[in-house]
Design a protein around this ligand. Structure first.
Ligand code: COI
Length: 357
C-alpha cells in the first residue's frame, strides 16, 4: 500500500518482527500486541506528527492529567484478512465519529479523520502479517487518547496523546453466561458519560461486576439509574432480547453506547425479515414473557466478542433460566454468522460496511 497522507508521518520500523513467535490459535484476548504502535501528540492547540514506532513502554511525569483526573477515551475496532490476503476494516469511520463524540464530552480535542483513519491504515499496512486469515481471526485495534499535561490543578489538560495499539484476537466461544439484573448499582445516568467510551465508564463497572461474580453471575444487565426497571446494556455490551419472533433492544441515549455491532445487527436482522423493535424494555416485560415461555434469547453485542449469549438472569434473588434454543433456530447465532461473514468477506457486503486498507 502506498499512502499519501495529509499529515506528517514518520515510520520507525522494528528490525525483526515477533510475529513468528506467536501462537495465534491460543492467544488470550487483549494480551499480546503487534510490532508497532501509532503515537501522535496534541500541543498548542493542534495535532502534530503521526509517529509509527515499535510497540513498547512509554515514560510520563507522575503529575499528568490522566493519572489524576482521568481524561481518557478509547475505541474498539477490528481488522480482518480475506482469502486474497487483503486486509479490511469494518465501519472504521463510525468509530472515528464516536471517538470524537467521546472526546467532546470529556473536554478533549477532536482528531481529524485523516490522522485517525489513514494513520490506522499505515499502521496496519506495517503489521499486516499480524492479521490472520480464517474464521474467527481478527486483529483488535485499540485507539485511545489521554490527557498528558503535567500538573495536578483540576482542569482539562491542554496536551494529549493519541495512540493506537493492536492485538491479535480470536472469536472465542466462552459459553453462555448467567447475568444479574442491576437493582442498586448504575453504569450511567442522564447527563453523564454513559454514551461515551471514556475509560471511567468501564472502570466504574468492575466493582459491581466483582460482587455479581461472587454470587455466581458473570455479568450484569445494567438498568436505568432512576428506576432500575429499564434494561439498557449487558456488561460492556449493548443488549438484545428475543420475545417470540421479535428482537428488542433499547434506543441509544445519554446512558447507552451507540454500538457499531448493535446497529449492524439491527440492519442484518431487518434484512433477514426479523421484526426489530428499538424501544425501552422493562424488567416486568421480561418476567411476563418468561412466564409465558416467550422469552427465547438474550444476548450482548459488542466488538470484542461480537455476540455473547446469555443463559439466564437473576432478579430480586430469583433466577430465570432461558429455554435451550437450538443453534439452527437461534437469532444470536444467525446474526453472528452473518456479521462475521461480512466482516471476513465470506458473505457479500451488501451494506458497504467494509473498507480495504
Ligand atoms: C466491546 O466489545 O466493544 C468493548 O467495548 C469491550 C472492551 C471493553 C474489551
Amino acid at each position: 500500500m502506498s499512502l499519501e497522507t495529509k499529515f506528517e508521518l514518520s515510520i520507525d520500523k522494528i528490525e525483526k518482527s515477533r510475529v513468528d513467535s506467536i501462537d495465534f490459535e491460543n492467544v488470550k484476548f487483549g494480551s499480546i500486541f503487534t510490532d508497532h504502535m501509532l503515537v501522535c501528540h496534541y500541543k498548542d492547540g493542534k495535532w502534530g506528527k503521526v509517529e509509527i514506532k515499535p510497540y513498547g513502554p512509554m515514560s510520563f511525569a507522575p503529575s499528568i492529567n490522566v493519572f489524576h483526573y482521568g481524561q481518557a477515551i478509547f475505541e474498539g475496532m477490528k481488522a480482518y484478512k480475506d482469502n486474497n490476503d487483503d486486509v479490511w476494516l469494518f465501519r472504521p469511520r463510525e468509530n472515528w465519529a464516536r471517538f470524537n463524540k467521546s472526546a467532546e464530552r470529556m473536554a478533549m480535542p477532536h482528531i481529524d479523520e485523516e490522522r485517525f483513519i489513514d494513520g490506522l491504515k499505515a499502521l496496519l499496512d506495517l503489521d499486516r502479517e499480524w492479521v490472520r486469515k480464517g474464521e474467527g481471526n481478527s486483529l483488535y485495534l485499540r485507539p485511545f487518547m489521554v490527557g498528558t499535561h503535567e500538573g495536578v490543578v483540576a482542569g482539562p489538560s491542554s496536551e494529549f496523546m493519541f495512540c493506537v495499539i493492536c492485538s491479535p484476537a480470536r472469536t472465542y466461544y466462552s459459553g453462555k453466561v448467567k447475568v444479574q439484573v442491576a437493582e442498586h448499582y448504575s453504569r450511567a445516568a442522564n447527563g453523564g458519560v454513559g454514551y461515551t467510551k471514556c475509560s471511567g465508564n468501564y472502570g466504574g463497572q468492575f466493582y459491581p461486576t466483582q460482587l455479581a461474580q461472587q454470587e455466581g453471575y458473570q455479568q450484569i444487565i445494567w438498568t436505568d439509574d432512576a428506576t432500575h426497571t429499564k434494561l439498557e446494556e449487558a456488561g460492556t455490551m449493548n443488549v438484545f432480547f428475543r420475545i417470540g419472533d421479535t428482537l428488542i433492544t433499547a434506543p441509544t441515549s445519554e446512558r447507552i453506547l451507540d454500538g457499531v455491532t448493535r446497529k449492524s445487527l439491527i440492519d442484518i436482522a431487518k434484512s433477514k425479515g426479523i421484526n426489530v423493535e428499538v424501544r425501552a424494555i422493562v424488567v416486568q416485560e421480561l418476567l411476563d414473557a418468561h412466564a409465558k415461555g416467550e422469552l427465547l434469547e438474550i444476548f450482548g453485542a459488542g466488538t470484542a466478542v461480537t455476540i455473547g449469549q446469555i443463559e439466564g438472569f437473576a432478579y430480586q434473588q430469583k433466577y430465570y433460566e432461558l429455554p435451550n434454543v437450538k443453534d439452527e433456530d437461534s437469532y444470536a447465532i444467525m446474526l453472528k454468522t452473518n456479521l462475521q461473514g461480512i466482516q471476513q468477506k465470506a458473505i457479500e457486503d451488501t451494506f458497504n460496511w467494509t473498507e480495504k486498507i
